[in-house]
Design a protein around this ligand. Structure first.
Ligand SMILES: [Zn+2]
Length: 219
């Protein structure tokens, strides 16, 4: 069954919100991410329920059915593969690709996506370190931990980000905090939990706790 662009975006939003919970997702949470009124969300959820992609009960929120989940994962797969393509083959920076991938993720041709995947050498992570679902809808867990949880004097490697807002990525680029950067934690300030770190053996810099929370690393 064909999906419209709006339907695909809703399925993606519901998928994202249900990643961290076993409960149904609330209409308000969906409305916030979709940047629309709860009333329009309710209409859309009823439509998605009729098509068999979600289960929607007024006071229990919304859940994806297996077929709804399959569609959401295929959109996420396309989005992340296009991001790899834009960064690796077209030379975009990691802060520039999300908005473009939001458009490219709706391309229908399954054979194009297969060829793209092959062309890129079957990558398993996007340029922000997020796992790319496989063709049959399997996605690896996010296995990296926030920099804010690493102890003093420890070394780690930057593997991804928990937030892919362009302003955040631009800040990281300015601080030389790119994927694969080697980070040593010199000191954690007990007052505000800001960190003094060393990136790739350069001069020490300070980052806030908020920034450290959104950087994912492998110890
Ligand atoms: Zn993205």
């Amino acid at each position: 069954m064909a999906t419209s662009l709006a339907e695909e975006n809703y399925l993606k939003i519901i998928y994202r919100l249900s990643e961290n919970t076993d409960q149904g997702v609330s209409t308000n949470a969906v409305a916030e991410l979709a940047q629309t009124k709860a009333a329009s969300v309710t209409d859309m959820l009823q439509k998605l329920a009729e098509k068999g992609w979600v289960i929607y009960q007024k006071y229990q929120g919304v859940r994806l059915t297996p077929s709804g989940q399959k569609i959401a994962l295929s959109i996420i797969r396309k989005h992340r593969l296009w991001e790899v393509f834009l960064v690796e083959k077209l030379g975009y920076n990691w802060d520039e690709v999300h908005e473009i991938a939001e458009q490219l993720e709706h391309i229908e041709s399954e054979s194009l996506i297969q060829k793209l995947d092959e062309f890129l050498g079957f990558p398993d992570r996007d340029p922000h370190g997020d796992p790319i679902p496989t063709r049959d809808g399997k996605m690896a867990d996010q296995i990296y931990q926030p920099l804010s949880e690493i102890k003093e004097k420890m070394d780690c490697v930057l593997m991804g980000v928990a937030k892919d807002a362009a302003v955040f990525l631009q800040l990281l680029t300015k601080l030389d905090l790119n994927l694969g950067a080697k980070i040593t934690i010199l000191e954690i300030n007990s007052f505000d939990r800001s960190l003094q770190i060393q990136v790739n053996s350069a001069a020490p810099i300070f980052v806030s706790h908020e920034v450290a929370k959104n950087i994912l690393v492998k110890a």
